[in-house]
Design a protein around this ligand. Sequence first.
Ligand SMILES: Nc1ncnc2c1ncn2[C@@H]1O[C@H](COP(=O)(O)OP(=O)(O)OP(=O)(O)O)[C@@H](O)[C@H]1O
Length: 249
Amino acid sequence: MSTPALSVTDLRGGYVRGTDVLGGATFVVQPGEIVAVLGPNGGGKTTLFRALLDELPFRSGTVDLEGRPAYVPQTERARLDFPVSAHDVALMGAYGRTAWFKRVAKADRVRADEALERVGLADRAHDRFGTLSGGQRQRVLIARAIVQDARVLLLDEPLSGVDRPSVVQIERVFGELQAEGRALLVATHDVAQARTWGHVLCLNHGQVAYGKPDDCLSTAVLSATYGDELVILDGSGQAVTVAHHHHDH
Ligand SMILES: Nc1ncnc2c1ncn2[C@@H]1O[C@H](COP(=O)(O)OP(=O)(O)OP(=O)(O)O)[C@@H](O)[C@H]1O
């Protein structure tokens, strides 16, 4: 087996010392795998991503990965009032390898154009980011991650509230990134969608389960993951939908 893209051992962390929001995550992700990260609101999905980005105030345990992961935030949380174009946002993926006193390399400008083409937005490159639809903005943020060229991508609910054409484009790009040997961790509330991906990580402040969907997504695991949030069962007793309450934090 090849070197894992990401290996995490007993990862714990939080915002206040001694109060772990994320307790004891241990899992290995191989290149080319997509992992659905499931959990209730406030269950620690975003906190896990921040720990993997080494952005948590307090963290313990080990994280082995090559380079820095690319983070794709929820579009709702991306600032919309900046006068930047879709191309400008995609190009930000190159900032990590650009010295502060230099202009972004011509090759990176070409990469930004290519990445927008890959997400089906070549014709919107010069549109202002804030004027695009939610699904289009999500695709621009994925283009930025493509320009960053990371082995591991962390995506925070990339398909929630996204229009159908964007879902189709995003799922196609996920397949391409997988084929390139990148690993994707995708936070989602959609259990049915999680079943279509290779692995599932269930979090509820700590790790409840990790493995293949058929092994992990039992009613017992989903109840432990979602606690008193509602799990709706289909006719065969399989948990398919989770009703959750939105909240701000
Ligand atoms: N910056 C912060 N400072 C203090 N506590 C925080 C901060 N961000 C999140 N938390 C707390 O950490 C816990 C986990 O939040 P997190 O955002 O990781 O959950 P989540 O699984 O991503 O939830 P959602 O599905 O609602 O996005 C929550 O109790 C939240 O209130």
